[in-house]
Ligand binder design. Structure first.
Ligand code: FAD
Ligand code: FES
Length: 279
């Protein structure tokens, strides 16, 4: 594991050397669902929507986590509890210290997409990295055309970012669905796979850019629907996840179709990687 450097050693330039972890404090902790929570950390750095950081808990391990905000003043991270690091993170609270290195990888080339209409498609915790796109759009309102969102979750209890959803419904063309509603919750969204809503939607590919992040099956079905509607691979950006170790292009753990997810991704234009698979 790289040598740990504290923020005290480098208080003003937290991203001066992205290979060294720096200590940072949790400034807020919010439970989003039974297995997901959002932390805001006091990590000030420049980044693009779609990039990720490596969170380190000394003695426990490291985990790559996508940046779910767009700000040089703080960083939001949405985390799903799956194993050692993420479960330990779930027990932390406001004021606690953790270590972070990055940001890493290539994000979405937002400034090259000025003038386009955006379609943002997310499934489950895949919505988190897409939040950075929406924060970016908020800060550059006049540079984009219509923004349509298609977000799907397993059940109403799994819906993330409920507060933000209300704002997005007012600002954007929000389409929300849950696969099922077993507890008969009162909801104002469709009960179906999000891919069903995309299939039904009248989507004209002209001047559109699509961003997709979610489970591999949902991404593959979505891409095939979009292609049937006339979208070209160059109009589609996908966000990929691979098992990672170094995040520095050294270990080779994260290779996808001859590219390093940690350096060349995790965001790829679809024509750069061809068929998206989970292998
Ligand atoms: C670029 C990138 C961005 C990510 N962004 C987020 C995010 O924003 N929020 C979030 O909650 N998670 C994100 N992940 C996944 C997250 O890094 C892993 O879930 C985390 O490393 C698990 O660490 P752990 O110690 O808690 O679990 P571990 O104890 O290491 O693993 C638990 C289980 O999850 C599997 N696993 C671990 N990492 C991955 C992976 N990358 N893909 C598939 N299976 C994996 C392990 O094989 C094991 O079965 C991202 C991964 C990548 C590569
Ligand atoms: S994680 Fe080591 S090369 Fe990408």
């Amino acid at each position: 594991m790289p040598r740990v450097k504290t923020a005290k050693e480098e208080p003003e330039q937290q991203s001066a050397n992205p290979y060294l972890p720096v200590s940072t404090k949790i400034t807020s902790f919010k439970r989003e669902s039974s297995d997901c929570f959002m932390i805001r950390i006091d990590f000030k750095t420049k980044h693009d929507p779609g990039q990720f950081v490596q969170l380190t808990l000394p003695g426990i391990g490291e985990a790559p986590i996508s940046i779910a905000s767009y700000s040089q003043e703080f960083m939001d991270l949405n985390i799903r509890e799956v194993g050692n690091v993420t479960k330990a993170l779930s027990k932390m609270k406001k004021g606690d210290t953790l270590f972070v290195r990055g940001p890493y990888g290539k994000g979405y080339p937002m400034d090259k997409l000025f003038g386009k209409e955006l379609i943002v498609i997310g499934g489950g915790s895949g919505v988190a990295p897409l939040k950075g796109i929406l924060s970016y759009v908020d800060k550059h309102k006049n540079n984009f055309g219509e923004v349509s969102l298609y977000f799907g979750f397993r059940t109403p209890e799994d819906i993330l970012f409920k507060d933000e959803m209300r704002q997005w419904r007012n600002k954007y063309n929000l389409n929300l669905s849950v696969d099922k509603n077993p507890n008969k919750a009162r909801i104002s969204c469709d009960v179906c796979f999000i891919t069903n809503l995309i299939e039904k939607a009248k989507l004209n590919p002209e001047n559109k850019i699509v961003f997709i992040c979610g489970p591999p099956m949902m991404m593959n079905i979505t891409i095939s629907i979009l292609k049937n509607k006339g979208f070209k691979e160059e109009q589609i950006y996908v966000s990929t996840e691979r098992l990672m170790q170094c995040a520095l292009g050294i270990c080779g753990h994260c290779m996808i179709h001859g590219k390093y997810t940690c350096l060349d991704g995790p965001v790829f234009r679809y024509d750069e990687i061809g068929q998206y698979t989970n292998d």
